[in-house]
Design a binder for this molecule. Structure first.
Ligand code: IPD
Ligand code: CA
Ligand code: CA
Length: 272
């Protein structure tokens, strides 16, 4: 089975299959370009005091837009670096693209980063592809069709005890206002779980929940391109995604908790 194929037992419609193939092709093309640039000097510009953007973000985004444009002409694209604000977020269906999630890692030669692409339809992800080029790992999902890593089905862990849980998190770029809350939540969670990881790429963190490398993940102030694909992966792998309130997750909301499901209530309790 090649990386992009859904296992045949899963019920994926032809349309989803085609959309997924488009997402995977774009993610692989962009990921290979990013990998090529990894060992080269970077052209870094600042979007904020600690928020970087590199040449690779733009190169990857252009390649994704070209690839999706060829495979799915006419479908709008919300892409982080070029069109984030140009699209009506309530358009019926559109691609949501993070060309390089984990730019800080990329710029520092820390190999944990990924390309993240999802198709949102009426606010919900229908297909998802997250590709980590340095590990050559392609995570895919279709709504109702399951989730898989390099062609093999994946599922969340069965961990039921916080003390046995490895939990991922991340910190927002804008810490001025948010630091006290971030520290409060970190203190509450760290005291109860086995350990915490801040690996630096939210989309890949979510993919790691989906494939059982993490038992849960939480963060505040993420953007739709950070979470849309990972949200679908986690749900299709049997996990749960919500706001910190426990309410239905929205990629336009400000909090996300993803878990294996079994730990969800306990983690919500710590975060509230
Ligand atoms: C960032 C990463 C990071 C998270 C930040 C995101 P970027 O995305 O996902 O882990 O903590 O909040 O903005 O800027 O590297 O695409
Ligand atoms: Ca991102
Ligand atoms: Ca990015």
């Amino acid at each position: 089975m090649n990386k992009m194929q859904a296992p045949s037992a899963h019920c994926t419609s032809d349309e989803h299959r085609q959309l997924l193939a488009a997402a995977c092709r774009a993610a692989l093309v962009a990921g290979r370009l990013i990998k090529k640039g990894y060992d080269q000097p970077h052209n870094i510009t600042m979007k904020g005091a600690i928020n970087l953007v590199t040449e690779a973000d733009f190169v990857a985004e252009a390649a994704i837009i070209a690839s999706l444009g060829e495979d799915t002409p006419g479908l709008p694209i919300m892409a982080e670096e070029s069109s984030a604000t140009h699209i009506q977020r309530d358009a019926k269906r559109f691609w949501v693209v993070d060309p390089l999630d984990g730019t800080t890692n990329f710029a520092h030669g820390f190999p944990f980063f990924a390309v993240s692409i999802a198709l949102l339809a009426e606010g919900k992800p229908m297909v998802a592809a997250i590709y980590a080029p340095m590990f050559d790992e392609l995570f895919c999902a279709t709504r109702g069709g399951g989730a898989w890593l390099n062609g093999r089905p994946i599922q969340v862990t069965g961990t039921g005890q916080l003390i046995e849980a490895l939990v991922g998190t991340g910190f927002p770029y804008e810490l001025d206002q948010t630091l006290p809350g971030v520290i409060r939540q970190l203190t509450a969670v760290l005291a109860k779980v086995r350990d915490i990881r801040r690996a630096g790429a939210a989309a890949l963190d979510l993919a790691y929940v989906a494939c059982g490398r993490l038992d849960g993940f939480y963060e505040i102030n993420l953007q739709p391109w950070d979470t849309a694909a990972g949200w679908l992966l986690v749900e299709e792998a049997g996990g749960r995604v919500s706001e910190f309130s426990g309410g239905t997750y929205s990629p336009f909301g400000s909090t996300i908790l993803a878990s294996n499901g079994m730990l969800h209530q306990s983690l919500l309790h710590l975060l509230q």
